[in-house]
Design a protein around this ligand. Structure first.
Ligand code: DGL
Length: 273
């Protein structure tokens, strides 16, 4: 038995949205256990300053390490944009963000662009996606736009509502005018709006959800470091998932199922003092 191979993968988001990444991880790495933290007491991160988001992310990262995780997935675009480097340099476990994998998938789909990126005000303001895309494809044309109302619309369950279609039409008009052929959904909540976004953008535009690519990256890192759970060699009874929220765990339990293929059965409560 190898203790760290059996340890859970830690992950966090400002709230529910990172469950889209948890879902992709469960599909790709079905024998791994997950410890998911949703910072529901302090959501949203999108409009907050980089310093504040970094402080929250470091606090959560340290807690996940104390809980014994073997790596950490920052399942939040805003936290990745503002805090990935700080987390990587201060924590003792590998830390994987969602921006790089999303950028890589976008460049693979559209090597010269134009590529569009949408996300929260914080993510777009940080320029993290544009940098990550242009690092891989220096001549690619990239256009980015914040869509701050999308998160509350998803939280409200308005994923196919006339108001959502109206707002999407407005937000996405610069993307249509620039004739982007690929659009990065640079926020954990946006995959839930993919049918509205796809209808606005038209059939020729590929939508990139970084969740699948992030799960592939986690798999690579676990393999490289000998941290992949081995269901035969480790002789255990299969994955044990924990979901923890910093506020209103019951609400999280009710809404969380929307983001997952499997039912969510319990949500613990942990608050930072
Ligand atoms: N999870 C955040 C992200 O991916 C969206 C929600 C928020 O603003 O906190 O950027």
């Amino acid at each position: 038995m190898h203790a760290s191979r059996r340890a859970p993968i830690g992950m966090f988001d400002s709230g529910l949205g990172g469950l889209t990444v948890a879902n992709a991880l469960m599909r790709r790495l079905p024998t791994e256990s997950l410890l998911y933290f949703g910072d529901t007491a302090r959501v949203p991160y999108g409009p907050k300053s980089p310093d504040t988001v970094r402080r929250y992310a470091l606090q959560i990262g340290q807690w996940l390490v104390q809980e014994g995780v073997k790596c950490i997935v920052v399942a939040c675009n805003t936290a990745t944009a503002h805090a990935l480097e700080a987390l990587q340099s201060s924590l003792s476990v590998p830390v994987i963000g969602v921006v790089e994998p999303g950028a890589r998938a976008a460049v693979r789909a559209s090597p010269v662009g134009p590529i569009g990126v949408i996300g929260t005000t914080g993510t777009i303001g940080s320029g993290a996606y544009v940098r990550a895309i242009q690092q891989q494809a220096p001549t690619a044309r990239v256009l980015s736009a914040p869509c701050p109302l999308f998160v509350p619309l998803v939280e409200e369950g308005w994923v196919d509502h006339p108001a959502t279609r109206l707002i999407a039409h407005d937000y996405l008009s610069p993307m249509r005018e620039a004739q982007v052929d690929t659009l990065v959904l640079g926020c954990t909540h946006y995959p839930l709006l993919s049918s509205v976004i796809a209808a606005e953008m038209g059939p020729g535009v590929r939508l990139i959800d970084s969740a699948e690519e992030t799960a592939a990256e986690v798999e690579r890192i676990l393999d490289d470091r000998g941290l992949r759970h081995d269901p035969v060699g480790d002789h255990d009874a299969g994955p044990v998932h924990r979901v923890v929220a910093s506020d209103a765990p019951q609400h999280f339990l009710t809404l969380g199922g929307r983001f997952l293929d499997v039912p969510l059965t319990a949500v613990e409560y942990h608050v930072f003092t």
